[in-house]
Design a protein around this ligand. Structure first.
Ligand code: ADP
Ligand code: MG
Length: 525
């Protein structure tokens, strides 16, 4: 396999641009896809968000464009959202700058006249959302007859957003003799159907899930009760001092609540979700990118596919509903080589879900302890001292000298300054968080047991939980995942309790059946 960009045999101008962009070596998907794409072959590429798919198709498009450039656009890239279209066009413009190859984003929401003007001037690569592209085709402001390369970028998202018919319409306008590429984070069946209908013997390359969870992301979970989450969040923000933090919630309402509370407590936080207008969302994104706000609270949908380089922390305020969404969320940090931290809050009821995510995302999420009250206090005091120091050094406080002196006639300097601090920063108390030690630290600490009862015995998950907790005296929340098959089942229990469970359950009765239980042999999956 190729190891460096120069081994692809692409032009020096492009190599220089890539190096200006700070790319040192190709990512795995780039190593796999670029050589195939350069040969003009159709390609299906799968790799998680943040793995550099844009350049994987962008570099070959620009390299080939040098030969096939024409008056009309020679390549078109379809993307699901306006943000992505803009991002992709920017990246292509960077790669192509020394070749004089221009790309233009076209998307809904921007005045169409502005785009028509730019199109008129001549553009080599179109990056568009499907709806707006069709709009331009109808107005004949976009001519696709010279298109040689088509890319469906973030194809799974486009399907999720219902763009399939639009995409099919666009394909009708594009000459059959072309190169078609499809890139996606996941590969639902529907995508393969599109591939069959619109692609010519595509080569498929992919980066497996285990490699997708970018190794550079440190993953941890905290055990927190629902009502303690906001305090847990602020403790982490105070002590870890993240650069930019993205906080994920399930619902719009939760996003509003959490961002509102953070603002009340003096954090510089913003919110985005589907309920806001596009222009509000743009403004928030912009502020976040520039560091005008440090914390962005978002729903999955609103944060999809976005590439913000400096996010140091992703916090799952509510646990993601499935492993895919977990990977997508945490992929917002640790972008291209940087390290990142992904934190998940887990309530006692969600513990099993966490383990499922771990299993299917093929990753380990280890348990961490929240910063103590003492640590939080220290961190806050440090922060306050340094802002006071800054103010004193700038000398902006001197107008208050006379007032200070008058107050000192009545009160001690200690009282006056402490009162001023408490007025500014509120009570110095750090809220209590009830900490229970209930979960084992990692899936590694579980063992699987094999039981000789299953579905045909009319056994349900609840029966197994009940009988283990009753017979072995183990709280239900300590029992891991349970898999029921027809004639047998598997149950995960903390390793240190396994013997206790075996002794208690073996030869006991469950739904009128005698149960045998033992350590499971090797994993079946
Ligand atoms: P994806 O489409 O897979 O989600 P992007 O193409 O948006 O990922 O790339 C994510 C980030 O990584 C971008 O900021 C991009 O500029 C950067 N990037 C891409 N390729 C490389 C590379 N080879 N080295 C360093 N950074 C890269
Ligand atoms: Mg992408």
């Amino acid at each position: 396999m190729y190891r460096s960009f120069s081994e692809f045999g692409i032009s020096d101008e492009i190599l220089t641009s890539i190096s200006d962009m700070g790319f040192e070596e190709p990512t795995l998907i780039q190593k796999l896809a670029i050589p195939i794409a350069l040969r003009g072959r159709d390609i299906i590429g799968q790799a998680q968000t943040g793995t550099g798919k844009t350049a994987a198709f962008g570099i070959p498009i620009i390299e080939q464009g040098v030969k096939i450039k024409s008056k009309n656009p020679y390549a078109i890239i379809l993307d699901p959202t306006r943000e992505l279209a803009v991002q992709v066009a920017q990246e292509l413009n960077k790669i192509g700058v020394r070749k004089g190859i221009r790309s233009l984003p076209v998307y809904g929401g921007q005045y169409i006249e502005v785009q028509i003007k730019s199109l008129h001037k001549g553009v080599d690569i179109i990056v568009g959302t499907p709806g707006r592209v069709i709009d331009h085709i109808r107005r004949k402001t976009l001519i696709l007859k010279d298109i040689k390369i088509v890319v469906l970028d973030e194809a799974d998202e486009m399907l999720n957003m219902g763009f399939i018919e639009d995409i099919e319409k666009i394909f009708k306008e594009i000459p059959a003799k072309r190169q078609t590429m499809l890139f996606s984070a996941t590969m639902p069946k529907e995508i393969l159907r599109i591939a069959r209908n619109y692609m010519n013997k595509p080569e498929q390359v992919g980066v497996d899930a285990a490699e997708m969870v970018v190794a550079k992301i440190k993953q941890a979970f905290y055990e927190v009760k629902e009502e303690d989450k906001i305090n847990a969040l602020t403790r982490l923000l105070d002590v870890e001092v993240p650069s930019l933090t993205l906080v994920f919630c399930h619902t719009k309402r939760e996003v509003d609540e959490v961002s509102g509370k953070l603002q009340q407590m003096g954090y510089s936080a913003g919110a985005i979700h589907g309920g806001f207008t596009q222009s509000h969302r743009d403004e928030m994104m912009h502020k976040f990118k520039n560091g005008d706000i440090d914390i962005l609270v978002a729903t999955d949908v609103a944060a999809r596919g976005l590439d913000i380089p400096d996010i140091s922390h992703v916090i799952n305020y509510s646990i993601p509903q499935d492993p895919e969404s977990y990977i997508n969320r945490i992929g917002r940090t640790g972008r291209a080589g940087k390290s990142g931290i992904a934190i998940t809050f887990v309530t006692p009821r969600e513990y099993r879900q966490l383990r499922l995510i771990e299993k299917f995302a093929k990753t380990l999420i280890s348990k961490a302890k929240l910063p103590t009250k003492e640590q939080v206090k220290k961190a806050r005091e440090k922060e306050i001292s340094s802002s006071l120091e800054e103010l004193i050094n700038e000398g902006k406080h001197t107008n208050y000298y006379p007032l200070a002196n008058r107050l000192f006639e009545k009160y001690s300097p200690e009282d006056v300054s402490a009162a001023a601090l408490s007025m500014l920063f509120g009570e110095a108390e750090v809220e209590d968080i009830e900490e229970e030690v209930t979960y084992p630290a990692s899936r590694k600490d579980f063992v699987r047991l094999f039981m000789t009862v299953g579905k045909i015995d009319k056994i349900k998950v609840g029966d197994i939980v009940k009988s283990i907790s009753a017979e072995a005296g183990i709280p239900a929340r300590k029992i891991g995942s349970i898999a029921l098959f027809d004639k047998f089942s598997f149950v995960e229990v903390p390793a240190n309790l396994a013997d206790k469970v075996i002794v208690a359950i073996n030869n006991s009765m469950m739904k009128g059946r005698k149960v045998r239980i033992q350590h499971a042999k090797k994993k079946e999956r």
